[in-house]
Design a protein around this ligand. Sequence first.
Ligand SMILES: Nc1ncnc2c1ncn2[C@@H]1O[C@H](COP(=O)(O)OP(=O)(O)OP(=O)(O)O)[C@@H](O)[C@H]1O
Ligand SMILES: Cc1ncc(CO)c(N)n1
Length: 515
Amino acid sequence: MNPVHGTKNILSIAGSDPSGGAGIQADLKSIAAAGGYGMAVISALTAQNTHGVNAVHVPPAGFLTEQLRAIGTDIRIDGIKIGMLANAQVINELTDWLAEFRGAATQAGTPVPAVVLDPVMVATSGDTLLDEAAGAALRRLFAHADVITPNIPELAVLAGAAEAADWDSAIDQARELAARYEVLVLAKGGHLDSARCRDGIIDASGVLFEVESARHSTANTHGTGCSLSSALATFYARSGDWGAALRSSKTWLDTAIARSGELEVGSGHGPINHLARLWDGAAIDVAGDALQAWWERISPIRTAIDELGFIRTLQDGSLDAADFEDYLGQDAIYLRGYARAMSRAAALAPDTESQRFWAAAASSCLEEELALHRGRLAGPLPEPSPSTTAYLNHLLAGTDSYPVLAAAVLPCFWIYQDVGTRLAAANHRAHPYADWLSTYADPGFEEATAAAIALVNGVHAAADARTRQAMWCAFEASALHELAFFAQTAAEGPRQATNTAAADFAPEGDAVPAR
Ligand SMILES: Nc1ncnc2c1ncn2[C@@H]1O[C@H](COP(=O)(O)OP(=O)(O)OP(=O)(O)O)[C@@H](O)[C@H]1O
Ligand SMILES: Cc1ncc(CO)c(N)n1
């Protein structure tokens, strides 16, 4: 993250998109996501949504200069991104201000902010955003830009050629533009019909830096160009290196597109998820209710558990007796290890009350294990399965941090209690596993779960941002281990299928349950 004293002020000069996915709104989100302080001078207002642009209102061009002067005379500008400019008059005002501003900086010997110019002509929806007479004015503005970022159709208009059908032709057109305007050209492959999305920064001699990502099959590409150019301006201001800035921007954009489905914005070309990674951090959880947010975030894992054959057949009583026995054997092994993890939490706990809670929980866990062993399991315990071992390794070898360990042991309480409520509700006298299901209805366990949640919530509230993030990771990883644990029985079919269920939810990093 940004050191406090090196923050960069990035100015976006662009049109407003009230739907928040493109234009100024996308720019501010992208600048923030890339670690900059965003400022916005609005060149035009559009009335648009995820389906298209209905109307454009262009404020008097002189007012653009008013806005630019207000900022330029007060605030250090470390980077500039230019987007939609609507007409020639607006472009000319901006060109004059930029020439004056950059000239003054050069003369004063102060750093001249780099300018990334996105020559916005047509929206993703196909609507025109720049009137045709403005072309000549736009070309004059190029003289004050460091990088221009045309998409494939814009590249063709600027090069006066047919639209490039492949990446090599796009590079050729970009090279020609770079030579003609003495500017770097970021060519973007988003509009090509290729499996991978390539982008490259090109000068007159050829490709300087190239990046690529998989092409996501999504309609949510509204504002990708605006977002990329703003991120590029910001990362460049932070690094002073176009190659590094392009790589950072592309990595971020790839995640934002991949996770666009998490948003629910409109029914046309939706926006990308600019802040997905930020929202993963615990710092923005609603005050006092962080754990509820965690619980919601693991809802796909909880649904997957509910849908497992093992849980369904345990619920309706059709679960094979040998499969149930296998499960119980693993459960007994798991509970012994789990009790150790809670004893460790007791040992690390910072106050007597928490120490007593975890010690009591460890003790009742061992009692339960004994009862389980005595009542249901006939022979010696089986070998621990890979899923059991992986879960216990996560709990026992994972950390020396009390907050992280407390978060790691919580899903076993919470998920077990939650699944158990539904299992207990399905119980009846003739159910083949009636006595087992009745253990899920224990009000004492419900109370202990609520107490554990409250306790971890308190630890979370007192923790710093880094610890909160580590707590969330440990919690999520345990939830995944719960899924893998329930998914390991033969009721799920061959082991291969079991593994896929857990792998579908594999988080980044090392939290993937081993098999
Ligand atoms: N489906 C996709 N999957 C992954 N990356 C994509 C996809 N579509 C576009 N991109 C990337 O998004 C960025 C913007 O490219 P694009 O060529 O679409 O720009 P644009 O047309 O100016 O964007 P827009 O007008 O939608 O704001 C590029 O990095 C491109 O590779
Ligand atoms: C305001 C604005 N700028 C740029 C684009 C291009 O995506 C858009 N749709 N709207």
